[in-house]
Every structure is written in structure tokens, then in C-alpha cells.
Ligand binder design. Sequence first.
Ligand SMILES: Cc1ncc(COP(=O)(O)O)c(C=O)c1O
Length: 511
Amino acid sequence: VRAASPGILPIVTIDRASSKPLYQQLYEGYRRAIVERRLRAGQRLPSTRSLAMELQISRIPVLNAFEQLHAEGYFVSRVGSGTYVAASLPEETPIAPRRPASRTPVVSSSRGRLASRATALKREAPPWLKGLGAFHVGQPPLDHFPVKIWSRLVARHSRHPEPSFLHYGSPMGLASLREAVAGYLRTARAVRCEADQILIVNGSQQAIALAAQVLLHPGSELWIEEPGYWGAQNAATLAGARLIPVPVDTEGLNVALGIARCPRPRAVYVTPSHQFPLGVTMSASRRLRLLDWARQAGCWIIEDDYDSEYRYGSYPIASLQGLDQESRVLYIGTFTKIMFPSLRLGYIVLPPDLVGVFEAARRAMDGGLPTFHQSALADFIREGHFERHVRRVRQVCRERRATLVDAIRANLGKEFSVLGDAAGMYLTVTVPRGFHDREISEHAASRGLLVMPLSNCFLEKSQRQGLILGYGGTDAHEIAAGVVQLREIVTPDAGASPSRSVRHALRSASH
Ligand SMILES: Cc1ncc(COP(=O)(O)O)c(C=O)c1O
């Protein structure tokens, strides 16, 4: 294996003032680097000429040191391709311990401790988040992504980059992408914005984390939906916020209960278009109530519109931000759910008076995102590919959802009722009394079904048991087969023979 380019010289120090000959210093330096495993088996070594030049010494001691390392079996030569660290070390070579035997415990800052608490909130990478498989939440229909078009756009910018693309960019994001996003949001989501209010981020998770860092003091109260998105719970915990769980009912966040629990929080986090994980759309009256109360209380609203492109039953719902007369709403959206998750591009639409402070915070953190994918995405939107892709995946997900709902009805019975509106890339289904969603999820994960337990989304003791089933990245065949497997898990006595509609779905998917 070639673990590092020969152009990268390992650190082997030499001391010209020492009485030890140079060749011996080099020999010992290389031997130590191998024993300490800084140089690994099969790694290519620099040529004696370049090493001598780099160390500004004559080539003779380098040749002598290399000769000895060869003779003792540390180095091997391959004809025509250079010198390498030997795959097997001479027998007497001691293997250096990887760490000092005793080590003082790591002392992290209070923020570091909060970070470990935030991950602990999500309880040690649970099995239903591991890998990819049927019903994993957050998988878009990647099988329908126009890879060729995307590659062409990326290649266009990579082959002939504008000089500015190779320099530091604006921490707010690439101007052409901010323009394209603003145009899209004004039209498709009724967001009131100009391009200079858009901050490009690496997904909505970063947007939530940044908003929490900038808006909340340690100890600030934040209303958070209960049940809700664990990523928002974690980001707010990391910022040191005091999380106030506010119940969600059939109209969305229950504003009156929130006021009763904590009348003056500093901010509120909501997913009004498609509440995660119950799937409800916040009613118009609740929206107005929330905005009115936020104005009176002087509080910020963080609107996470993470999957608004996926709506099937009704007309698209306008954003909360679009109704806001007071510039209290920070609107967050993402491309990871509609394009592909590893794209890591999303945005925040900031109230005008927050633009400066977010820009400064961003500059302090990372200085912005790489330019190439931003420019390709700007073209993808401007040239109409995005619009076509949204239409295509919306149709795909609509069909996948219908297949899943039918399969649940036919196989799991009435007690497994589907919650929320026809939207999104996942749905939540209740489980009958006596079932523990976590147990079902663990059992399902052992069979390759990644079904998330609803109870895991509660901060307080869970009031409800259910299963969150992602279908965006699961085709009709897998959906049908997955529901049959789920039935075997929840009703082991029912036998393994699929119902008529599932047999039909399995058949039609295989044609
Ligand atoms: C409600 C909600 N917000 C934000 C995110 C994060 O998405 P992104 O990939 O854009 O960081 C998710 C991901 O599942 C989500 O469900």
C-alpha cells in the first residue's frame, strides 16, 4: 500500500553539531520512525537525492544510512519504483507502545461536557441509525437523482474554475447560489427575502446549531417540540440552552401549553410545515398565535422547513416566515433531503438585523463552504433541473407513501394507525397498547429494517409509542417486503404469508 506520497518527507531530525555521524543519525531516525509506527509497512520513501537536498547535506550519508536500513531488513527496493518500508520487520524490532502507560484524564470545557451530554441524549448510536436499509429515516430517492446532469455541472466548474472560486469565498455563501435560493423560496415557499439575507450552511443541522450559538445564552430557555427532532435537541444542549418541551397536538405546537410552562423563552424551535416526527401541519390559527405571542414576548422563532418539497395531499403550505410582519423568524431549509444527504448544503434566511452577527459568527467558525458544489447547485436551480427533480421525486415519494400506507393497513391492522398529513419522506405509525416501540426497533434492526421508535423523540417520559418509517429511499418492493417482516415481528403468530395487496405490490415491483 502506498500510504503517503514520497514527496512528503518524514520528520527525521539531524543535529550537525553532534559528534554522532550524520549517516548514523539518519539511520536511527528512520528506525525510530518505523518502530513508533509513524512510517508504516509498504510506505514509499523519498529518493536519496531529494532527502539530501531537503536536509541540505551531501548524498553520501543518506546513501549509507539507506544501505544499512536495507541490510537490516527495514527497507526494501522495488525495481524501477523506489524504496519502501518493509512489509515485515526484522524479528528483534520492538513495537512501541501506542500511548504512555498512565495518562491524566481528559478535562474538557463546560461546552465539551455539554457535547457529550448531547450525544448521550441520543443514546449511543442506536441500532436503527446504523447503516442503510429499508425504512431508514432521512433517505431521499437517490435512485432517481440525475447523476449525469449533476456530474456535468460539477465538471463544468471544476474544469474551468473562475479564479475567484479558488480563493477565500464569502462566509455567507456563493452569491449566485444565494440569488437562486432567494428566488426559489420567494416563489415556492412564500418566504419574504432578498439574497443578502441568505446564509449558506452545510445542512439544516448546522443552521440550527449556529442559530442556537448565536441567539441563546447559556441557560436561555428554548421551547422545543415534544416529541421533536433529536438533532435540534442536541444542538440546543450544546449551546447550553435550557430545553422546554412543549407538546405537539393535531394542530402542531401547543402555544397555550408553552406559555403556561415558560412564558418568556428566548427562542422557539418549530417544524410547522411537517412536524417531526408526528407529521402534522401547524394550523393557520396556531401560526398566527405563535407569531403574535413571539412579538409580545420578544422571542425568536427558528422555523425548520426540512422537507417542505414533499407534499402530496394538499396545496403547498406557505412558510411561517412569510406571515411574519416583525422579522422574528429565522427560516431554515436544506438541499440534503431533495438532492442527496452528502451534498451538505442548506440555508438560513435571516431577519435583516441579524445578518451582521451571523456573518461574524460564521467567519469565526469556518469561513464558509467550498465553492464548487455551491456553483453547480446554483446552475442546477437556474437551469430548471431542480424544479424538474423536485417534481419527479415528489411523485416517487407520493407513490412510495401510498404503497406503505396500503401495506400497513393490509398487514398490520387498524391498531397501527398512520399519523399526520400526506407529506415528507417518512411516516409515523402508532403501535397497539402493550407494545414497546424500542423493542420492536431493536428487533427490526437485527433483521435489516431501520425503524425508529417514536418514544426516542421525547425529552420527557414518552407519552406515546410508535414507529417512524422512512420510505423516501425504499422502493415499492422493499416497502412491501419490509412491512411483511414487520408483521412477523409484531404479530409472530400471524405467519409469514403476505397479504393479497402486498403480494400484488411485490409482483408489480418486480415487473
Ligand atoms: C427535522 C429535521 N431537521 C433537520 C435535519 C437535518 O438535515 P440536514 O441533512 O440538512 O442537516 C433533519 C434530518 O433528518 C430533520 O429531520
